[in-house]
Design a protein. Structure first.
Length: 197
């Protein structure tokens, strides 16, 4: 993997590789994911058409209107998560979305996928080969059998990092659910880096 700073440098590297290696080496540029936005408290059941009509200054396209999934809240409000282009994100972040009679707050939707069984990141049930691990203390027991105190907190992700890392060890005395966990923060940074803002 080669990191470059500009599109011109990508073109030079790609041409150089093709000249020197022929078709034996193919250069592929990483495709960044589209940004995702979380729109808070939409009161209507289907606001797709309304979003485009009431926010005409944003020039939303069809693909900027499709909700990937929706969080339904207690008061019958919905929080859809929508894929948008980087240009549309920039426009929306400088304003609020008008939906019906409400101006809805919008934020970036950034999430690290953690599998509940082993408390580790970015894989699915079908791919998990690890043992069940309680996210608070890394022991193998059910949630209702927990007797851990704050002194027993351990993060399985930070412990694994320390095991395989040659650099400085990081603190493991926290739950793997802790939002300040260094491994969660590293995963969030990677997510942002792989998104085309």
């Amino acid at each position: 993997m080669i990191e470059v700073r500009s599109n011109e440098e990508i073109e030079k590297r790609s041409t150089s590789n093709t000249e020197n290696c022929g078709k034996g080496l193919e250069a592929k540029v990483q495709v960044l994911r589209n940004p995702r936005l979380l729109i808070y408290n939409i009161p209507e059941e289907n606001a797709t058409k309304t979003k485009r009509e009431l926010n005409s200054e944003l020039q939303l396209g069809e693909c900027d209107n499709v909700a990937k999934f929706i969080y339904t809240m207690k008061r019958n409000t919905r929080n859809p998560v929508t894929d948008v282009s980087s240009h549309t994100r920039e426009q929306i972040m400088n304003t609020r979305m008008k939906i019906g009679w409400v101006k809805c707050k919008v934020n970036d939707y950034i999430q690290v996928n953690r599998y509940f069984k082993c408390s580790r990141y970015n894989h699915r049930l079908a791919d998990c080969r690890r043992e069940k691990t309680y996210p608070i203390c890394t022991r193998r027991h059910k949630v209702r059998e927990n007797t851990s105190s704050q002194n027993d907190f351990k993060c399985i992700n930070c412990m694994t990092y320390n095991k395989y890392s040659c650099s400085k060890n990081i603190c493991t005395n926290h739950s793997s659910l802790d939002k300040n966990c260094p491994r969660i923060q590293a995963q969030l940074t990677k997510y942002k880096h792989d998104t085309g803002y």
